[in-house]
Design a protein around this ligand. Structure first.
Ligand code: TNX
Length: 505
């Protein structure tokens, strides 16, 4: 069973031709700036499982080699993340204009190799080597921003879990991991100038399992690991609502000057930073310090500052705080991202990005708020909750106790697949859309296997919505591709829900 998820722009399998064989003689011939580093990332994994030396070398490739080439004109249309892949008895040749494009190509190559090669307890080499079928691929993404969001605030996830998640989403050509680092139930990133945020503020979590936080070095480790896989970390500090953890750590952030009690439940919309001029000094210092420290730790261009569900903030206070929050974010030099409610501010810094989380049929004023962000010069990330929130339950009797259902009930794999980001908010089409993101909120999810179970296989649907050209998408073919992916997930030890409709092997 062979397939690539997300579906490439073009993919031709030549079943009648002899395949490429990866053997103990194989080498990776790297050419062009950055190619050797991508080759090493690919080789490290393959060496560990096959036991082959798989050296990364220069020179001319032989028929048993893989050539990784970075040069102008290699990617279709010169796309930054595009690549071409040729495989057959004469070798494998992967070409791209950039290291990023080459890396995306290696993720297709992984999926063309037998899934067994991914097993950590590697089986012995099959007779004749590990084969890649004779094939030609030319590929480039539809949208530039393709993300998964992990809520590490409701439940905390250790660094190793986050690194694994980076690996597993990179396989599907996601290029962003958005970390929801703060919420009512916990503050998860060390801020040197406000140490109690990860004192009192990190000791809690939903259900009270002790919480936790990332030190600055932990966060740097996550960023470095993600960078090697061409995944950008987008840190989110959720403001001005969803702030009980901060309000419990610092009394001066509360209008009444009294620290809030820690919170380990699952309600939303009860906490708020204080807009009052009497607290302006503390609040603005907090905003400036936190955004500066997070921006300093983050090489990526984006800083997500929340803005959602601030129902404990009056509309006037919200507009005031939204302006101050966005200004503090922009002062760091980063581009601010906010949930679509941020469109209530008419004074957003240029280029502020909105994240749409209403439904496929926009509810209440969601479309208007989203368009306000576009009108102010920003682009939009599409995360309609009824199709892209992967903490929603699956719709079947094998679901078990995990997940929520507030977003129009459970979400099937069909629903996660069968929507078009450019057909949701009138006035927000292809050109206004930066990309697509699948959030996983963790009120009901306490371990990485539980998160994986909710993500896979539906996250493959979101990957295809975000990457594949609209005209290349077809649901039946997708289900076959997911079945092929399932073999790789098995080999990688990734949990998934064996949903009905997929011809699992
Ligand atoms: C809504 S939508 C939230 C989160 C919850 C999630 C649960 C949005 C931006 N916020 O606070 O965790 O629903 O599905």
């Amino acid at each position: 069973m062979t397939g690539i998820v997300p579906a490439p722009t073009s993919f031709e399998l030549r079943g009648e031709d002899a395949p490429f064989r990866l053997t103990e003689d194989s080498r990776i011939v790297a050419r062009g700036g950055g190619a050797a580093a991508v080759a090493e990332t690919f080789a490290a994994r393959a060496r560990a499982t096959t036991g082959f030396a798989l050296p990364v070398v220069g020179g001319e490739p032989a028929a048993s080699d893989l050539a990784f080439v970075i040069a102008g004109g290699e990617a279709p249309g010169g796309a930054t993340e595009g690549y071409t892949l040729e495989a057959g008895a004469g070798g494998v040749r992967l070409g791209a204009d950039t290291a990023e494009g080459l890396f995306r190509g290696t993720q297709s190559l992984r999926q063309l190799l037998p899934a067994e090669i991914e097993r950590a307890d590697a089986p012995s080499t099959p007779a004749g080597g590990w084969t890649v079928p004779a094939a030609s691929v030319a590929d480039a993404p539809r949208f530039a921003y393709r993300g998964v969001m992990l809520d590490v605030a409701r439940h905390f996830f250790p660094v190793e879990d986050v690194l694994d998640l980076v690996d597993h989403i990179a396989l599907l050509k996601f290029n962003v991991l958005h970390l929801h680092l703060t919420d009512d139930q916990g503050w998860r990133l060390e801020i040197e100038s406000w140490p109690e945020l990860t004192g009192t503020g990190a000791s809690t979590s939903v259900g009270g399992d002790g919480g936790g936080f990332y030190t600055r070095d932990d966060y740097r480790r996550i960023v470095a690991y993600a960078t090697e896989r061409f995944v950008t970390i987008v840190p989110e500090i959720d403001l001005p609502g969803h702030t009980n953890a901060a309000l419990s750590a610092y009394p001066e952030l509360n209008c009444d000057g009294v620290a809030r009690a820690p919170y380990e439940g699952t309600e939303v919309a009860f906490s708020s930073l204080c807009a009052s001029p009497e607290r302006a000094q503390a609040t603005d210092r907090f905003l400036a310090d936190v955004t500066r420290e997070v921006a300093d730790l983050t090489p990526g261009p984006w800083l997500h500052l929340g803005g959602d569900e601030s129902l404990a903030t009056s509309p006037a206070d919200y507009r005031d705080l939204a302006r101050r929050i966005a200004a503090a974010g922009a002062a760091t030099g980063k581009t601010v991202i906010g949930w679509h409610e941020l469109g209530a501010s008419p004074e957003l810094p240029p280029g502020t990005v909105g994240q749409y989380w209403s439904f496929v049929e926009p509810a209440a004023d969601a479309a208007e708020l989203t368009r306000s962000i576009v009108d102010q010069g920003g682009k939009i990330i599409m995360s309609p909750a009824d199709v892209a929130y992967l903490d929603m339950q699956y719709a079947d009797d094998r679901q078990g106790p995990l997940g929520l259902d507030w977003a129009k009930g459970p979400t099937t794999i069909d629903e996660a697949y069968l929507w078009d980001p450019a057909a949701i908010v009138p006035g927000v089409g292809e050109h206004e859309i930066l990309g697509v993101e699948a959030p996983v909120w963790t009120e009901t999810l306490g371990t990485m296997p539980e998160v994986e179970f909710m993500l896979f296989p539906r996250v493959a649907a979101i990957a295809e919505v975000a990457w594949s050209p609209a005209e290349r998408r077809d649901f039946d073919g997708f289900l076959d591709r997911v079945a092929a992916l399932g073999r790789h997930l098995d080999a990688l030890g990734v949990e998934y829900h064996p949903v009905r409709g997929v011809p699992w092997a």
